[in-house]
Design a protein around this ligand. Sequence first.
Ligand code: FEO
Length: 401
Amino acid sequence: MKPIEMKPGIYWVGGIDWDLRNFHGYLTQLGSTYNAYLIVDEKITVVDTVKHYLFDEMMARIKQIVDPEKIDYIISNHVEMDHSGSLLKLKEAAPNAEIISSPFGKRGLLSHFDIKDEIRTVKEGDRISIGKRTLSFHPISMVHWPDSMMTYCPEEKLLLPNDAFGQHIASNERFVDELGFEPVYTEAAKYYANIVFPFGQQVRKALEIASKLETNMIGPSHGLIWRGEDICRIVQAYAKWANYESENKAVIVYDTMWESTHKMAYALMEGFEEAGLKVVIRNLQTNHISDIITDILTARAVCLGSPTLNCTILPTMGGFLSYLKGLSPQKKIGFAFGSYGWGGQGAKELHQFVKDMNWETPFEPVNVQYIPKPEHLAQMKQTGMKLAEIIVEQNAAKAAV
Ligand code: FEO
């Protein structure tokens, strides 16, 4: 329950959610943290809070540094209840504190809570002095909700961007360099793919604002804190993801009834392998959809396979497509395949889905009745090889520009 001093007078006072495994459908197999930050100056400030059930944990940390009654400002960077769930209780413990949020944030907070006091709203570039430090505010709408904003302290070169740059990891380490860049990067990619993926344009805008703020520490609202050279690495990764840049990589996602679609999926994979393209194959019965989305984040091709069941696709694929559609990956190549007994709608529906996503569809779907024959499997393998060729050529042409 110790607070962690990040910089002299600035503390991490958040909560660690070791048992969290489901974040609205996202498999958080490593748990998470909700990061609250305490800045002790002439005016005492708390930036963001924690989920309601970790209020006592946050307060235990705050009380080791200051009397909560002395808190002057509570800054709400984001209304979502993983960050504002303890705001009202904190306000009760800090009766003189003024709540600060974006205008959208104010509306959201008033919808969630019966807040009697006036909430101060801030817009891009607004500042407050808290003593020897100042805090400036920078709305980053839709990263992750319309109300989201960043709080920045120029004297400390500290950026607190809430959900941006977050990762769902519960750990006793507080800094990325303490846990190691690679495992944190992996979870940052999963977080981006499952939370921020639909908002590439808004992320690019946020990165533009952040690029004007000299920063040597980024404290997101989930997971570990970025500092040193790790800042540049994660910002570069965000720029790549926000531009929907892809690697020479394909993802095959499928489910199967009687192994026919399974055989087709593996023949397709063989084609990618033979062409030397990185490929991953994900059976929906054994992989969580939030992990598959992470695979898709940097893949150029997404290949979808389902048999026909009751004139449509399998329900696992239906659920996956619903999730995928919401996250709206762009600049992909799609390919559909499947097997059927008589109707044959499954692969056709998948092909239509791919077209509706505005992905490139260089090939018509491969739809096989009952059992794939050697010529069908050869066709799947050939398709994998041809897709690999297209991907490599396209990415090489982009790199040459
Ligand atoms: Fe971590 Fe959008 O809340």
